[in-house]
Design a protein around this ligand. Structure first.
Ligand code: FMN
Length: 383
């Protein structure tokens, strides 16, 4: 193993014990899931994307998502409060960033410039916004200025570009650096690729050469060994892990071990996976109440059971679970001795999708500046 593996991650004044970040994932990385992952490893666990406008206008759904799990006695480390903001208007983004620092004690703010969802790109937001270089700079500069008095670092997360003909990541890296961002995370796909194909780690290596701020590499880390390989191949300062940890929060244990120089591949039996599902359910119910908590757990069931032989009927019942008592009864029917399905190791999980045409605002590609460009702020957080 390389002697040059980073042991920690520095984001401005913030020190993260291991250079591993849980990727923001809408509908997944709520306080319960972040807590579950944190119980396994060290790192930075970013909350689901929330909208700047939702914060500024005190939208109830948005504010409910800005929730952090206080660790009780004997429950390990306190969470580093890390929020991903979505925004297209520098004034809204700056105001939201300030509110998060002043009222919510947030310690890290990431800005989303990677979302490929048509309803977002149609308005010029997410992954297509970096095409407008001046607008991107205005947003980043104002966000950094707003959080500076609080000593809170701002990072940006982006993709390679809109498509192969319209790459933006190099300019985005330069702009992030000039604007005072503490790091840039690159999901090494273009917007039109969505989650299809393979992440192009060479682009991560290229960005590392191009900027002086830390680059966080993202895309297709399925095992801890992939994270080490990505860092070795690209020179990234750390990794951002999304789909690989779906149904496998223990991946963070392996990742922390890997960056501490140990090779660990946790292979839980079905009994241990059941215990993890139970803990996940308990945390969801603690935050959302039993009914909503169980409903939220449903989408995770297939990820947890991937590759195990649990029968179709039992899977279906688990995917409809509505109480902790019912969950216990169903989990009790699984064979606790069944070994981990090693054939699933190193294989993709979660969404993959297929390439698609990017929906852009009229004339979006015609100029690359975007000064004063009015992109309507979205209100809706999550999803
Ligand atoms: C269910 C889901 C929700 C996501 N939501 C967000 C989001 O809100 N903000 C964001 O920047 N990226 C989001 N992403 C993208 C991930 O953060 C990450 O960039 C992407 O999945 C690639 O990393 P991976 O190969 O490790 O999964 C989402 C991905 C998934 C699968």
């Amino acid at each position: 193993m390389s002697a040059t593996l980073p042991r920690e991650l520095r984001l401005g004044p913030l020190r993260v014990e291991t250079p591993v970040v849980l990727a923001p994932m809408a509908g997944v990385t709520n306080e319960a899931y972040r807590r579950l992952c944190r119980e396994q490893g060290a790192g930075l666990y970013v909350c689901e994307m929330i909208t700047s406008r939702g914060i500024v206008e005190r939208d109830e759904t948005t504010l409910r998502m800005v929730a952090f799990d206080p660790a009780g006695p004997g429950e390990g480390h306190q969470e580093i409060r890390s929020v991903q903001l979505y925004g297209t208007d520098p004034v809204y983004v700056a105001k939201a960033a300030e509110i998060l620092c002043a009222e919510y004690g947030v310690a890290h703010i990431d800005l989303n410039f990677g979302c490929p969802v048509p309803k977002v790109t149609r308005r010029g937001g997410g992954g297509v916004l970096p095409w407008k270089r001046r607008l991107l700079a205005e947003i980043l500069e104002q966000a950094v200025r707003a959080t500076e008095p609080y000593g809170v670092p701002v990072t940006m997360k982006t993709r390679k570009g809109i498509d192969a003909e319209h790459l933006t990541y190099r300019d985005a890296g330069r702009i992030a650096q000039e604007s005072g961002c503490a790091a840039i995370a690159l999901h090494a796909r273009t917007v039109d690729q969505a989650y299809s194909g393979q992440a192009d780690w060479a682009a991560i290596a290229d960005l590392v050469q191009h900027v002086d701020i830390p680059v966080l590499g993202n895309g297709d880390i399925w095992e801890a060994a992939d994270a080490v390989r990505m860092v070795e191949e690209t020179g990234a300062a750390g990794v951002v892990v999304g789909r690989g940890c779906l149904g496998r929060p223990w991946l963070f244990r392996d990742l922390a071990a890997a960056f501490a120089g140990e090779q660990v591949a946790t292979l839980p039996s079905l009994g241990e996976v059941s215990a993890m599902m139970r803990r996940h359910a308990e945390l969801l119910c603690r935050h959302l109440g039993e009914e909503r908590g169980c409903t939220e757990l449903r989408k995770h069931i297939a990820w947890y059971l991937k590759g195990f032989t649990a029968g179709g009927e039992l899977r279906n019942s688990l995917a409809l679970v509505s109480s902790l008592a019912a969950l216990d009864e169903l989990l009790g029917r699984l064979d606790p001795e069944e070994p981990f399905p090693v054939a699933t190791l190193g294989t993709p999980r979660g969404r993959q999708g297929s390439p698609r045409r990017v929906v852009l605002p009229e004339g979006w590609l015609e100029d690359t500046d975007g000064t004063g460009c009015a992109v309507a702020e979205d209100m809706h957080s999550g999803g």
